[in-house]
Each structure stands twice: as structure tokens, then as C-alpha cells.
Ligand binder design. Structure first.
Ligand code: CA
Length: 432
């Protein structure tokens, strides 16, 4: 299908929109006032109401089936349909919303029944998440954190063979905009003999991408890497809020537990694999001396075209900055090209033991820091474990997050000859 830069929409705000031009068409679940949750597609500043479009009989064939399946209060069933149904719906949406669409005048007449300002709508998590797994594929983050915890041995020997992950807590995934309450937990003060219970004093964010799983696999049947992309429905931004003092005390021997499970924020729009297709890249070459992945993690097509080139940004706006009308301040600008493993490798590894993945499962990539200052995806790295504070506009400093601090993640894809697309925002303000 032609999604070149020449395509424009009759929804005027879409043309030149930073996040949601016609070429993106991300899907999400929204409600208005007391109305029920339903599926919408972001186009410019508006939400295209899929139910209203279906009621107007604008879809045909496979696209109609796909739209009917998406028109529930979650996208799990739609994700389970897989790539061909998703692509059929996208093709019809591109056609309907194109400025030259023969349906344009009829659709315009539907007015706010069909198109509502995003600002009037409440967004929800796009799917019921059965399981959430957080990977650790940002090798610069893994090295930086390893240096803080184990200076003599920052990167454990399994890292370059295994896409490392831990099982997160699906029940505390929340949609962007949900306030994040400072967690209580056990911490061991420096020099103390025994821990105490109290609120975390080292609350942090992690800049990650969330992966929405599409069709699952049968229990006991691994997903081969060559087919892994067929099991990925789309992507959101993910902030894996982390209590570093709880984490330092609890993480050995089994990994993070309460330091992570109090909240994980996701942006509400699912940017599809199709929208991201123009922003694929080859997986960056491993440094000299690194082992090749084992055969079940190696696929030519995935190596040639399985990485993503997505700019990732994290910003902060404190309560003081809001009072002074100071704009959010950029803390880091990184990129998904810093992933040591591809998303397909994550899927293949997760299922190689027969573990069942299900539609609507979420994977986090892990914090995606780059190698340079200005590319660090957590305060833990920026402040060297809390040793150096950072300065903010308005004269404040931070080592970790304080009450009223709002963290904002953004993502942007850009490439010569392509219309840029974005992910919208993933926001969370610290309470307490
Ligand atoms: Ca994480």
C-alpha cells in the first residue's frame, strides 16, 4: 500500500501532525463521559470512532470483520486476529481518511458522531494484559547499572547469549496520566545492620518501549524466530517506575520484585507494525569479540530488517516548573537502535521453552539508554546512583523523583522521504 509522503487526509489536523498523520493510524480504547469503552483510531487531533464507522457500513470484507472484532472494550480479540486482518483494516482506513476519498463528504456529514477531539476523550489501556514481561535488552543501561551494583563485573556472561527478562506484574500496568503513588518497602540504610519499612527515597523512571503481543502460541509449541513478527501487534511507550532503594536490597537472588510492581505506565495508542515498517533498520553489528546468537535466535531477515529506528525522549516537569510556566525539560534522547536483541528475538526466546504467549501480553524492552551522556534512560544512570544531582530549569536539582514531578516519555520516527510519526505521550506524576 502507498503510504508515501504525498498522502494527505481530509481531517485537516492530521496533515503535518507530529504524532498522528494519516500514515500512522494507531489504535486505542477510549470513552467519552459516562459512555462505554470502545475502539478508536487517532488521526490528527481527533479520534475516529470505529463503532460509528461500522454503523455507517463503511467497511467491507476482511476489514469489516477486523473492525467488528476491534469494536469491543479491549483489543485482545483484534490482536489475536493477526497481521492480515490488521492490514486489511488499515488499508480501508487509509482509503477512507484520504483527502481524495469518495466517501469524504458523507463521512464529514457524520460530524462528531464519527470524529471527536482527543482532548474530550478518556483513554484506557488498549487491552486486558494477561502477562507482562520486562526484558533488559538495552546493553548500555545494563552495563551502567551493572557498574553501579558490581563494578568489577558489570555485564554478567549470560547477557550476550540470553535476552534477559523478569516476569512483571500485569495488574499494576496503568495508562498514561494515572498518578504514581510512592511505594513503601524495605530498605537498608547505608551502614545499617537491618532494614526498615518506609516510603522509597530513590524513586526513578525507566525509558522503555512496550510491545503488544498479537496471536499467541499453543502451550509447548515455540514460536520460531522467522515467524515471530507475525505475533507482534504493535508498540507503545512504557515507563517502568523503579524504587532503587527497594531494588538494591531485594534484587538478589531472584531479581526485581516490589521495587517494580507498584506501577508501570503505558501510552494508550498502539502503533502498529505496519505504521513502523518504513522505520525498520538492520540490527546493529555486535562489537568485535561478542558471540553470535544461538541458531534459534538468528534469522537473516530479522538481522537485516528487524531493528527499529525510533527516537525516544524523556522529559520532566516539576510542580515548581509548572507554577513558573516552565516547559518540560528534556532529560534524555535515545533510540531503539540501542537494543542488543530485536523484538523477534525476545519473542522467540520467551517461547522457546514452550511458554504460552497470549494476545494482549505486554513485553517491555528494558531501559533503552545510549552510550553517551544525554542518552541515559533513568535517573540512576544520570546521577551515578544518586551521587551527583542534576540541575533543572528554575534552579531546582534532583537525584531521584519528588512529589509533583511529572515524567513524560515521547517517541518519534523520522526518515528521509517518509512522513514522521509519533507515539503520543506516556505521562505520570508522582504522588507522595
Ligand atoms: Ca525495566
Amino acid at each position: 500500500m502507498n503510504t508515501s509522503k504525498h498522502l494527505r487526509s481530509w481531517v485537516a489536523s492530521a496533515n503535518g501532525h507530529a504524532d498522528f498523520p494519516l500514515q500512522n493510524l494507531p489504535m486505542g480504547i477510549f470513552s467519552v463521559g459516562q459512555s462505554g469503552k470502545r475502539c478508536g483510531v487517532a488521526i490528527g487531533d481527533m479520534i475516529f470512532d470505529l463503532r460509528a464507522a461500522l454503523d455507517a457500513s463503511v467497511f467491507n470484507g476482511v476489514a469489516r470483520l477486523a473492525a467488528e472484532t476491534a469494536c469491543r472494550d479491549q483489543l485482545n480479540d483484534f490482536f489475536a486476529l493477526g497481521a492480515s486482518a490488521r492490514q486489511a483494516l488499515r488499508a480501508e482506513l487509509l482509503h477512507l481518511l484520504d483527502e481524495k476519498s469518495p466517501q469524504r463528504d458523507r463521512l464529514k456529514l457524520m460530524g462528531s458522531t464519527l470524529l471527536r477531539p482527543i482532548s474530550d476523550c478518556q483513554m484506557h489501556l488498549p487491552a486486558r494484559v494477561g502477562d507482562y514481561t520486562d526484558f533488559y535488552v538495552g546493553i548500555h543501561h545494563a552495563t551502567n547499572v551493572g557498574l553501579l551494583f558490581r563494578p568489577e563485573n558489570p555485564l554478567l556472561p549470560n547477557y550476550k547469549y540470553v535476552p534477559i527478562a523478569y516476569h512483571g506484574r500485569a495488574s499494576t500496568l496503568c495508562v498514561s496520566g494515572t498518578p504514581v503513588k510512592r511505594p513503601m518497602g524495605q530498605t537498608l540504610a547505608p551502614g545499617a545492620d537491618a532494614p526498615t519499612l518506609g516510603p522509597s527515597k530513590r524513586l526513578d523512571y525507566e525509558l522503555e518501549v512496550g510491545v503488544w503481543i498479537g496471536p499467541g502460541n499453543e502451550a509447548g509449541v515455540p514460536i520460531e524466530i522467522a515467524r515471530a513478527s507475525q505475533h507482534i501487534a504493535g508498540f507503545s511507550l512504557l515507563n517502568d517506575w523503579s524504587a532503587r532503594d527497594l531494588q538494591a536490597w531485594e534484587y538478589q537472588p531472584l531479581g526485581p520484585f516490589l521495587s517494580k510492581s507498584f506501577a508501570t505506565s503505558l501510552s494508550p495508542w498502539v502503533v502498529t507494525a505496519e505504521a513502523l515498517a518504513p522505520f525498520r533498520a538492520s540490527q546493529p553489528k555486535r562489537p568485535e569479540g561478542d558471540p553470535a546468537p544461538l541458531a534459534y535466535l538468528l534469522d537473516d531477515e530479522d538481522q537485516n530488517n528487524g531493528a527499529l529506528d525510533i527516537e525516544l525522549e524523556v522529559l520532566i516537569q516539576t510542580e515548581h516548573m509548572k507554577t513558573k510556566s516552565l516547559a518540560p525539560h528534556r532529560l534524555a534522547l535515545s533510540n531503539t537502535l540501542h537494543m542488543y536483541w530485536t523484538v523477534a528475538q525476545m519473542v522467540a526466546h520467551h517461547s522457546v521453552n514452550g511458554c504460552q504467549l497470549q494476545a494482549g501480553d505486554v513485553f517491555g524492552t528494558g531501559t533503552l539508554s545510549g552510550p553517551h551522556p544525554g542518552q541515559l534512560g533513568s535517573l540512576l544512570e544520570m546521577t551515578h546512583g544518586g551521587k551527583h544531582s542534576i540541575e533543572l530549569p528554575g534552579g531546582e536539582t534532583r537525584t531521584f523523583l519528588l512529589a509533583g514531578d511529572e515524567v513524560i516519555l515521547k517517541a518519534r520516527c523520522r526518515r528521509e522521504g517518509q512522513v514522521s510519526i509519533g507515539f503520543g505521550e506516556c505521562r505520570g506524576v508522582i504522588v507522595g
